[in-house]
Design a protein around this ligand. Structure first.
Ligand code: NCD
Length: 307
């Protein structure tokens, strides 16, 4: 039963519960009109303390496409937050008005605190450099749709593995499926955090290697997950400038890859995928963005208990 639950960490739901969400998303994709009124009378509040375009829009359009309504902010300075209100108080108040809340916050753990105080389901829409579970639902639905299942893949994750919250959540989630291997491609300074390495990969005996050059490993990959260097999490600009173009996927590198490899990216892209790659059949990142809306429709319908 997902009704009334919050989603803070990708491990909050069991594999069966995830499958329930994916099956519903499949059905919504096939028969969107059947679901266009199921959340009538329900209100989603989007509390975005950090910039976002696609995540906020995909939550909002998802709710509108379920027949519900939306309120929210994307600029906390225009709210009581600027008067010093705590997350706990904001949540208790917003929970009086809305039926479900999606929250993005620069502080790691803020959505977890919110869930402790909330009477209504909280969805973590990204907390600092920590986790981003709905991007992971998006990524998993995309892989499942294109590859047919979530097992038996060699997944290359490339770019900012240190600050990239989508990376942390994706590794956590995929480590629960069978026979997946990871190739973690990053510069030294942006390696995967130790807690993911020790507590997720090593603890569960998951096969993984770390690499520095994309072209050395690309031929082995079934899935290539590109990420942007997370400028906003750097302490100094010089480091960012030095590292920002560490990886650029272009046609030449793609020549080395399998014909059925899929390329994913949570977006926004900065420089890490050349525009010429967009025409390649293997480029799935815009499809992925669309799946993100459908999976959020399914998630909210389940948490609200309207299906
Ligand atoms: C990601 C995020 O916010 O972490 N974007 C998104 O939600 N689609 C990735 C990023 O910003 O690089």
């Amino acid at each position: 039963m997902l009704k009334g639950k919050s989603l803070i960490d990708p491990m909050d739901f069991s594999i069966d519960e995830l499958e329930e969400i994916f099956k519903l998303a499949d059905d919504i994709i096939e028969n969107p009109e059947q679901y266009s009124k199921i959340a009538f009378g329900k209100i989603l509040a989007t509390l975005f303390y950090e910039p976002s375009t696609r995540t906020r829009f995909s939550f909002e359009t998802a709710m509108l496409r379920l027949g519900g309504q939306i309120v929210g902010f994307s600029e906390p300075n225009s709210t009581s937050v600027s008067k010093g209100e705590t997350v706990a108080d904001t949540i208790r108040v917003v929970g009086c008005y809305a039926d479900i809340i999606a929250m993005r916050h620069p502080k790691e753990g803020a959505p977890k605190i919110a869930a402790m105080y909330s009477e209504v389901p909280i969805i973590n829409a990204g907390d600092g450099g920590h986790q981003h579970p709905t991007q992971t639902l998006t990524d998993l639905l995309t892989i499942r749709k294109i590859k047919g299942n979530l097992n038996n893949s060699t997944i290359g994750i490339c770019g900012d593995l240190k600050f990239g919250r989508t990376v942390h959540s994706l590794i956590k989630a995929l480590s629960r499926y069978k026979n997946n291997k990871f190739i973690l491609i990053s510069p030294n300074e942006l390696k995967i955090p130790n807690y993911i390495k020790k507590e997720i990969l090593e603890k569960n005996n998951i096969d993984f290697v770390e690499a520095k050059k994309l072209e050395d490993v690309i031929e082995n990959l079934d899935i290539l997950y590109m990420t942007r260097v997370q400028k906003e999490r750097f302490f100094n600009e010089e480091d960012y400038i030095r590292l920002k173009d560490s990886y650029i996927l272009d046609k030449e590198k793609l020549e080395l890859a399998k014909k059925d490899m899929i390329i994913l990216h949570p977006l926004p892209r900065v420089n890490e995928i050349d525009y010429e790659v967009d025409e390649d059949e293997r480029a799935c990142y815009f499809k992925q963005a669309k799946f993100g809306m459908y999976v959020r429709m399914a998630l909210m319908a389940k948490l609200l208990g309207v299906v």
